[in-house]
Design a protein around this ligand. Structure first.
Ligand SMILES: [Fe+2]
Length: 170
């Protein structure tokens, strides 16, 4: 059994992870529409990762005999006007996800819920990767993206990303 407040926060996080999957799907669709298929690929894989994160949170609740409560997933409402903006939105989104995970961690810490803290450790580490990866895309875009050849090479590089499932075992 877990603390009620922790369960509520994790249920909220499940929705947030699924919303994150939606955010990245929207970004992927934008890039695909712009014929930047490498960028589209990278963000489509990001969608798969976010769905996996939601699954992990769900597994954690199930593992502890707690009820999963699914709620409506908000549709993203971006209006992208240039190639850089979606990557920037992704980075800013990851900052929010980090804050949300830290919030659950903080609540678990308060009540000495060591089990949840240990479970969340993987996510804390994962978030530093997520922030770094999206920040890197922006920085590389700023370096090479303004030149057609550079943009082509960057797109080709992002096309090489393949999906790897998360390493966390519940
Ligand atoms: Fe996530």
């Amino acid at each position: 059994m877990l603390n009620k407040e922790i369960v509520a926060k994790i249920n909220k996080q499940i929705n947030f992870e699924l919303y994150s999957a939606y955010v990245y799907l929207d970004i992927s669709n934008y890039y695909a529409d712009q014929n930047l298929n490498g960028f589209a690929n990278w963000f489509k894989i990001q969608t798969q990762e976010e769905r996996d994160h939601a699954m992990l949170f769900m597994d954690y609740l199930l593992q502890n005999g707690e009820k999963i409560v699914l709620s409506d997933i908000k549709a993203p409402s971006f209006a992208f006007t240039d190639f850089r903006q979606p990557a920037m939105e992704a980075y800013e989104h990851e900052i929010k996800v980090t804050a949300s995970i830290h919030d659950i961690y903080g609540a678990a810490y308060e009540i000495k819920d060591f089990r949840t803290m240990q479970f969340l450790d993987w996510f804390v580490k994962e978030q530093s990767e997520e922030e770094k990866n999206t920040d890197e895309i922006i920085k590389r875009y700023d370096l090479f993206g303004n030149d057609a050849k550079g943009l082509y090479l960057l797109d080709s590089e992002l096309a090489a990303r393949v999906y790897t499932p998360p390493t966390l075992v519940i």
